[in-house]
Design a protein around this ligand. Structure first.
Ligand code: COI
Length: 351
């Protein structure tokens, strides 16, 4: 791999006060795609601005996909990465939905390892911190017609991060969105593409202005069934069983969602991937059966939900305290990621 070194490295930030997604490392990975040639010119170069034509198709029609994954530093200095190939396989599913070419998963995995290895001093070590890895791909043809592009860029940038929510592990207040929708069957809801997030911002800002951390989306057709929470998947523990929305094309097939399901099934929980109405959630709360609600995501990790507000009616979950399953899941998943708990699932790559 070609590596173009920079003359002067950046100063490292204060790793004890990171927030999410504001600081970027010294280097980035980039390669280009041209129809007929495939992927060409893979390289690592200094992180910095790139030059694109104003007519580059991504600016006009949004052909873009991305991923989010993390690298962790273990106490012995090992770099540990979690389920990288699952993220890259999902990138290819998103690419397919957005009419974009596939990447070679093994090649990009190696490129990410090379980049992260070069930047290993940027991996923070304090609890709850990690190096967030953001691969993304976009259309660059200078062309204003609507069709699939014939040229793309794949880039990978790195950002040392702390907790995604300023609340950290304090349960969040969630607004159940009953006006706007995020996705409908047959649309792009299950693809990790910028447009899904763009479509979510107005509702998110409305909720934030009213003092909520995120929105819980309902299905796009009947606005009845619970789907996902902002940038993460949603789980409900009701009378000892776990319910989460099924993968039917409208929600993101979260890697952390799948991780949580596998671990909870291993622990003996029944996990139902099924449609559930918001009314059923409220009815369970009224009967005293709604035990825990939490969200899962790479950025959000396992994030407890303390209250839901739907059409002006607020319910508190577990008296706004983190539930024992939520806590145990958080500790187990992060334990596997940081290397303090064994990884029986072979999710971790060490280098
Ligand atoms: C992630 O959890 O990694 C995501 O990609 C969500 C992001 C929009 C913060």
């Amino acid at each position: 791999m070609k590596i173009i070194k920079r003359e002067i490295l950046k100063d490292k930030p204060d790793f004890s006060n990171l927030g999410f997604g504001t600081i970027f490392t010294d280097y980035m990975f980039m390669m280009d795609y041209e129809e007929g040639k495939g992927w060409i010119d893979p390289r690592i170069e200094p992180y910095g601005p790139i030059s694109l034509e104003p007519s580059a198709m991504v600016f006009h029609y949004g052909q873009e996909t991305f991923e989010g994954l993390k690298a962790y530093k273990a106490d012995n200095g090992d770099v540990r990465m979690f389920r990288v190939k699952d993220n890259l396989a999902r990138l290819n599913r998103s690419n397919d939905r957005m009419g974009m070419p596939a990447i070679d998963v093994d090649f990009v995995f190696d490129a990410i390892k090379t980049l992260v290895d070069l930047e290993r001093d940027w991996i923070p070590t304090k609890p709850e911190t990690s190096l967030y890895v953001r691969p993304f791909m976009f259309a660059i043809d200078p062309f204003l017609g609507v069709r699939a592009a014939s040229q793309y860029k794949l880039m990978v940038i790195l950002s040392p991060v702390g907790a995604y929510y300023p609340e950290g592990m304090n349960p969040t207040k969630i607004y159940v969105e009953d006006e706007y929708i995020r996705a409908a069957v047959g649309g792009t809801g299950e693809a990790k593409t910028g447009g899904n997030y763009a479509a979510s911002i107005k509702a998110f800002e409305k909720a934030r202005a009213a003092g909520y951390s995120q929105v819980l989306w309902l299905d796009g057709k009947e606005k009845k069934y619970v789907e996902e929470v902002g940038t993460s998947n949603a789980f409900f523990k009701i009378d000892g069983r776990i319910v989460t929305a099924p993968l039917e094309g409208t929600i993101l097939p979260g890697i952390t969602r799948n991780t949580a399901i596998q671990i909870m099934r291993e622990w003996g929980f029944e996990v139902d991937e099924r449609r559930m109405t918001i009314d059923e959630v409220y009815a369970a709360e009224r009967r005293g059966l709604l035990e825990e609600v939490f969200a899962t995501g790479t950025a959000a990790v396992i994030s407890p939900i303390g209250s839901l507000t739907y059409k002006g009616d607020t319910i508190e979950i577990n008296r706004m305290k983190i539930g024992s399953l939520t806590k145990k899941l958080y500790e187990t998943i992060t334990g596997i990621q940081y290397g303090t708990i064994e990884d029986p699932f072979e999710w971790i790559t060490i280098f």
